[in-house]
Write a protein that binds this ligand. Structure first.
Ligand SMILES: CC(C)(COP(=O)(O)OP(=O)(O)OC[C@H]1O[C@@H](n2cnc3c(N)ncnc32)[C@H](O)[C@@H]1OP(=O)(O)O)[C@@H](O)C(=O)NCCC(=O)NCCS
Length: 424
């Protein structure tokens, strides 16, 4: 596919006049824009089948130039664990603009249209996305709602603090395909452990265990470790791969972990113990672990694992009142928020949020505001991960009534921290 555009007519000049927007068609047409936008990596037929199976063309948008798609936004109807339980959320992915059409406002227009449609159709109250770069989506009211740590455990730092009783547990290793039912069972059982986890039907489960040969970069195929209890019921699993590496004639294979879940502390510890004790392995690394991963409390020497924190999932309130009442709070709350929201102006203004045992309420109010903040800060605390106190110390939340900040910050926080290992 070749993508061509006339020279821009000025900043944002490519907007409505030259471009037509419509719902997406076939995945192949959508994928052709992604191929160009992400640097000329065509999707293999196998990968297209996996991502095509979760693709929702009616919820996805394309911008066309001269009748040909040149920009994309994929929309997904998802169910995510929020503080308090599962709720529908709108996933956004594959926001991409072909090179000749960039910096003309197409991404902005696609995001604006997607959020406006969710608002007008009373769709999911919360939108979530994974961002290739952290600097992109704040301007659209998305805040970094979860963080992850990257870990690298060297061979000399594998010891655990104390013994873990793993008696009665057994271990199997095979392909994710062989372990498909066990992986799905354990994931389902762990779904409500943390905010951020997404319900996976069969198609999303296949996406989670996808093993593209082109992305192995010298490593072997994806392997699956399953831990079962004495009754044979699967209790934990890990998805991982090994890349051969030798140092001075000694095996120091790089073991990289994609995903680990355990239904209980013993199964979780046993999966990690087994990963760390894998024969031939040198450093065991994981790029995407929850910021409060229990592994950090299991390791005797977590410092050697050099945890590096980064932003992960971005969230946004589509409709502020429905978003703030889709979750529960960690403490009783009664606060008036003065909200700025340029992209979704229906959210702007003053809202009273109350939360008690019976649930949360959020209504418009004329009362004096306690906190002033923008949609982006709301997004950062929506899943229970960010800290309003931290944002206030950075000058991004203003406390207008003494004491309101601490109370609201504590109520919004959730333990354990949010985490979303599903790519979309
Ligand atoms: C990132 C991408 C989608 C931007 O599309 P675009 O149509 O050029 O973006 P727009 O013209 O609508 O830009 C809107 C705003 O975002 C800013 N912006 C665009 N790309 C950005 C980037 N990579 N980093 C930071 N800001 C960015 C623009 O400067 C503009 O800023 P403004 O608020 O001051 O006006 C496009 O460059 C692309 O396809 N990149 C490769 C794929 C990718 O990274 N996609 C993101 C997926 S999460």
């Amino acid at each position: 596919m070749i993508s061509r555009a006339a020279a821009p007519t000025g900043r944002g000049g490519g907007g409505e006049a030259e471009y037509a927007f419509r719902a997406a068609g076939e995945w192949a047409e959508f994928g052709a824009v992604l191929d160009l936008a992400y640097g000329g990596h065509p999707h293999s037929p196998a990968h297209s089948a996996v991502v095509g199976a979760v693709f929702e063309p009616k919820r996805s948008l394309v911008a066309c130039y001269g009748g040909r798609p040149c920009a994309t936004l994929a929309g997904y109807a998802l169910e995510m664990t929020l503080p308090g339980g599962p709720a529908p959320v709108a996933g956004i992915g594959y926001v991409a603009v072909a090179p000749p059409h960039r910096r003309r406002g197409l991404m902005r227009e696609l995001v604006r249209r997607a959020l406006t449609a969710l608002h007008e159709e009373r769709g999911e109250p919360v939108a979530v996305l994974h961002s290739t770069e952290p600097g992109i989506y704040g301007r659209f009211g998305f805040g970094p709602a979860s963080q992850v740590v990257e870990l690298s455990v060297p061979p000399e730092a594998r010891a655990f603090t104390g013994e873990v009783d793993t008696s009665g547990l057994t271990l199997d290793v095979g392909s994710p395909e062989d372990a498909r039912a066990a992986v799905a069972d354990v994931y389902r059982a762990c779904l409500h452990q943390r905010p951020g986890l997404l319900h996976r039907d069969a198609a999303w489960q296949r996406r989670a265990v996808e093993d593209e040969p082109e992305r192995r970069h010298g490593a072997g195929r994806l392997l699956c470790m399953v831990v079962s209890g004495p009754d044979g019921e699967p209790r934990g699993y890990a998805l991982y791969r090994l890349r051969p590496h030798w140092e001075r004639s000694r095996p120091r294979y790089a073991l990289s972990v994609r995903e680990v879940f355990g239904r209980d502390p013993a199964a979780y510890a046993f999966v990690w113990r087994s990963l760390l004790d894998t024969d031939l392995a040198g450093t065991v690394s994981a790029t995407t672990r929850p910021v409060d991963d229990p592994l950090l409390a299991l390791l005797d020497d977590p410092r050697s694992a050099a945890p590096t924190v980064r932003d992960q999932l971005y969230a946004r309130a589509v409709d502020l009142d429905r978003a703030l009442t889709a979750r529960t709070y960690s403490a009783p709350l009664d606060v008036v928020l003065e909200v700025r929201d340029a992209m979704c102006p229906w959210n702007a203004g003053r809202w009273r949020l109350t939360a008690a045992d019976g649930g949360a309420e959020c209504t418009r109010t004329g009362a004096a505001a306690d906190l002033a903040l923008s949609a982006r800060e709301i997004g950062a605390v929506l899943l229970g991960g960010g800290s309003l106190v931290q944002l206030a110390h950075a000058g991004r939340v203003a406390e207008l009534r003494a004491g309101a900040l601490r109370a609201a910050s504590a109520a919004f926080r959730h333990d354990p921290a949010p985490f979303c290992p599903t790519a979309f």
